[in-house]
Design a protein around this ligand. Sequence first.
Ligand SMILES: [Zn+2]
Length: 92
Amino acid sequence: MGSQGASGSEDCPFCQIANNQTDAEILLSDHELLCFRDIKPSATHHYLVVPRTHINNCKTLQGDDIPLGERMEKMGRSILEKNKVSNLNDVR
Ligand SMILES: [Zn+2]
């Protein structure tokens, strides 16, 4: 009866990017994660790393998800290295 799907991922901008339904330029991706430039950058280097799997809310994450978070951070760092960013004060 509810008007919303269980996952709510159809309206999720990150899932739309993951499914190539937007103009967002995907800078890096693998089977699990993707990295793209923020639509409204608030720093010269403002990138987002998201998992392909829809996550409703960071509060639903558990201890098991820590390695995923670490891989997300690693991808974020590798995009900075790829862009030869050394000034980490202008990074988000
Ligand atoms: Zn999503």
